[in-house]
Design a protein around this ligand. Structure first.
Ligand SMILES: [Fe+2]
Length: 466
């Protein structure tokens, strides 16, 4: 555990403890949460309130028991609804105590989570539960107006949800050194936003039923079914996305497998591209495009015959034309998949050169989509540092020197700069950014049209991957 993470977790757990004790001493538990069993319905005794808190703790526990796993080891459960119901009925003190025990999940009971992880998970829910409960208490007024109470529940749930997200994101951030922005805008997280609007009214309804004269506390249990359905919806959402990623991975693997020398090439290109993207602080959507684009960039090689793809010697003019068609072919293959539209430019332009002598469209400089320029550097570095039948792999130092040498010619110098800062170039000798030759980009616009499209670019370095 890093020092930063340790300091943060100590603060989080300490703050949750102080908030729980202070709230318990200062704000009394609301009568509405009590389960009446001593025959006097007008007064709520301490034991009756305790029974009410225990009831909501059990409901929350059941809802938390099987959380849905998102990426980065973050879990979500549908326990938001019962915690908010407890907050509405018993106020922030009740919500805090329900969050203490109710949010335990099965992985914790089976000892699969380290002790400080258990503390952090609970603290990251106790503080939001108390503050969400406090917001509901302040906003709901006397409780006579259901619309006002519902609005208060929505707002309280929003606070509960947002604070939990921030606390958990900070844990992820300190653990994996990722930017928070990336986590907050993830596709899964936006799925949670939609569910928030389902869970808050559900929590309110559960509390209303619980209080209803003549109905009894057990009626709140009827909501178990919609809660279970919501959980299944979460699960499906995550599974679908996972399946999509795995299918793309399998497709990339199929391409790589055709050539024994390029196995795992696409996976590695994906990792390098994503790391460069992170270094350049591209948006979460662009990171995803790099991830899937990295995996699929050479999918067009499916259409390149073995006699060309696996040829050991120099390619003839015709063979090179066939080979160089793979970016266009790849874009055509992926074209019908709507969900992969952002990846199309990455696939089509991953062999464009910064000076305009690449293919297929001879774009130059900023005309080349930025993500394709990133992928080009990643692809080149991976190709250089992997063994090929006709040459041994270059060392990281040598590959880096090539990238520097051809920055401004083949590669975007800014992207090479970003690459140097990733862990892939961590221990390498860094030759530094050379004095860049001024590239007469405008002049080249005129000359490139005259050049044959299939010829190798002038001064092709070892870095030119196919
Ligand atoms: Fe390629």
């Amino acid at each position: 555990m890093s020092r930063r993470l340790a300091v943060y977790l100590t603060w989080l757990v300490g703050a949750a403890l102080v908030a729980l004790v202070t709230t318990s001493l200062e704000i009394r538990v609301g009568d509405a949460i009590a389960i009446q069993f001593d025959g006097d319905p007008t007064a709520a005794s301490f034991v009756e309130k305790l029974a009410g808190i225990a009831f909501w703790t059990v409901v929350t526990f059941v809802a938390s028991a099987a959380p849905v796993r998102l990426t980065d080891g973050v879990h979500v459960a549908v326990s938001t609804a019962p915690v908010m119901a407890a907050a509405l009925l018993g106020g922030p003190t009740a919500a805090g105590w329900v969050a203490v025990f109710g949010t335990t999940d099965l992985r914790e009971l089976r000892g699969r989570v380290v002790w400080y992880g258990v503390l952090a998970n609970h603290a990251a829910l106790i503080l939001p539960a108390i503050l969400g409960g406090w917001a509901i208490l302040v906003l709901k007024g006397t409780g006579d107006s259901p619309p006002q109470e519902l609005a208060a529940t929505l707002f309280g749930t929003l606070i509960y949800f947002l604070l939990n997200l921030v606390f958990v994101s900070l844990i992820v951030l300190f653990r994996a050194r990722r930017p928070i922005r990336e986590f907050l805008t993830r596709a899964e997280t936006s799925g949670i936003w939609a569910n928030l609007l389902t869970l808050a009214p559900l929590g309110w309804l559960m509390a209303r039923m619980y209080e209803l004269p003549g109905a009894g506390w057990w009626t709140a249990l009827l909501f178990g079914l919609p809660l279970a359905t919501t959980r299944v919806a979460y699960q499906r959402f995550v599974e679908m996305r996972e399946m999509f990623t795995q299918t793309i991975g399998a497709l990339a693997e199929a391409v790589d497998k055709r050539d024994p020398f390029t196995s795992k090439h696409s996976q590695r290109v994906r990792s390098i591209s994503v790391d460069i993207g992170r270094q350049m602080r591209v948006s979460a959507g662009e990171l995803e495009a790099l991830e899937w684009g990295g995996l699929l960039h050479d999918v067009g090689k499916i259409g390149v015959p073995d006699s060309v793809l696996l040829k050991q010697g120099k390619l003839t003019r015709e063979e090179r034309i066939t080979m160089n068609a793979h970016p266009v072919l790849g874009a055509q293959i992926i074209g019908p998949v709507d969900r992969l539209a952002p990846e199309l430019p990455v696939i089509r332009h991953h062999h464009e050169w910064y000076n305009g002598s690449g293919y297929p469209d001879r774009l130059m400089g900023d005309e080349i989509p930025r993500l394709a320029r990133i992928l080009h550097v990643a692809d080149a570095f991976e190709a250089m540092t992997a063994d090929r039948p006709y040459r041994k792999a270059l060392s990281v130092d040598q590959a880096l020197a090539e990238l520097r040498k051809f920055a401004g010619v083949q590669f975007d110098p800014e992207i090479v700069d970003a690459f140097v800062k990733t862990t892939w170039a961590e221990d390498a000798h860094e030759p530094g950014r050379p004095d860049l030759r001024s590239i007469p980009l405008l002049g080249q616009h005129g000359t490139r049209a005259a050049r044959p499209i299939d010829g190798p670019a002038p001064g092709s370095p070892a870095a030119d991957p196919v």
